[in-house]
Write a protein of this length. Structure first.
Length: 334
């Protein structure tokens, strides 16, 4: 489906792959996305410098029972790269507006890396639209982040970033990719080649500026600056699963345990030996654990009274004697 000048969506030409990129205009900017399948809606949000193609190996197997939606975030992939707000809150609003144009009311939200932070922000800003939450090597649960991202967020990095994506540097990195991997691949391991290819886009000035605006909204030279841990108690009653690679050095694997403890009732799946992209390392297992999670949990509904009680208490309400107050279960969405 492609958008016309009015922003209305038109059907894709017959015979194409259902997961080919489609486009729609939202707020005057073209948004690229993939959408296929039938059944309950599942929204997949990629990380910084990446795009919706990162999910392709897990999208196709799910189309038999789910409507899968995977956008290119603004400033990424085939979406527009305007001078705009690239904060996680703005991205969450963008997801809401894209879903509205697609006539999707409620979704299970899956976010990887930066996309995990966007997914949490979406659940926080629009709890009535979020049925479940799946965080994959997610940002937003601690300050730790790969040193190269801290360096890229520092003043003056604008001048160095084009070198990273330049053909000579990429060729050099590929030439020495095997020894680099044996030495830890700058902490990227088997993800190194994928990251090198994606960061070739930094040669394009508009892509580079979008990347920097996005990065500097969440990271500075000391690490991540956006932390959702203070609001994680609001996830109580929302089925939540955390998926992490045991060798993730971009968003340290130790963050998985922190998030698991902070998010009441969450599930934790650690992919042993995987790095920052567990959905690349073992897509079959990723699909299997996701199917199991979707089958075994009921979609959360939104109860304003419960939400208000949690907010007023700063956590789960307590009884007069200091015990935890039992709250009624969140009703299932319809």
């Amino acid at each position: 489906m492609r958008s016309d000048e009015s922003g209305e969506s038109a059907p894709a030409a017959s015979g194409g792959d259902p997961l080919d990129l489609k486009r729609v205009v939202v707020h005057g900017y073209e948004r690229a996305y993939r959408m296929a399948g039938h059944g309950p809606a599942v929204l997949f949000i990629h990380g910084i410098g990446d795009d919706s193609s990162t999910w392709l190996k897990v999208l196709d197997p799910l189309t038999d029972g789910f409507t899968v939606i995977a956008p290119d975030l603004l400033g990424h992939g085939a979406s527009a790269r305007p001078r705009a707000d690239y904060s996680v809150a703005a991205y969450a609003c963008g997801m809401r507006d894209l879903l509205a144009t697609l006539d999707i009311e409620r979704v299970t939200v899956i976010g990887h890396s930066l996309g995990g932070g966007v997914a949490m922000q979406f659940a926080y800003q629009f709890p009535d639209r979020c049925e479940r939450l799946v965080l994959v090597g997610s940002g937003g649960v601690g300050s730790g982040v790969h040193p190269l991202l801290r360096l890229a967020a520092a003043p003056g990095a604008d001048l160095l970033l084009p070198l990273i994506g330049s053909p000579p540097v990429r060729t050099l990195l590929r030439t020495f990719s095997d020894p680099l991997r044996r030495m830890g691949g700058m902490g990227l391991g088997d993800d190194l080649d994928y990251v090198i290819d994606k960061y070739a886009r930094l040669l394009e000035p508009d892509s580079r500026q979008s990347f920097l605006r996005t990065l500097r909204s969440v990271v500075d030279w000391r690490g991540q600056v956006v932390n959702m841990l203070d609001r994680c108690y609001l996830a109580e009653g929302v089925p939540t699963m955390l998926i992490w690679g045991s060798r993730d050095h971009v968003i340290p694997a130790s963050h998985a345990a922190t998030a698991h403890q902070a998010m009441p009732g969450s599930r934790l799946e650690v992919f042993d030996g995987a790095g920052h992209f567990p959905h690349h390392s073992d897509p079959d297992r990723f699909v299997a654990v996701l199917r199991e999670f979707l089958a075994e949990t009921d979609p959360a509904g939104y109860d304003i009274g419960r939400w208000r009680s949690l907010l007023r208490s700063g956590g789960r309400p307590h009884t007069a004697d200091g015990g935890l107050l039992e709250l009624p279960p969140i009703s299932s969405g319809t």
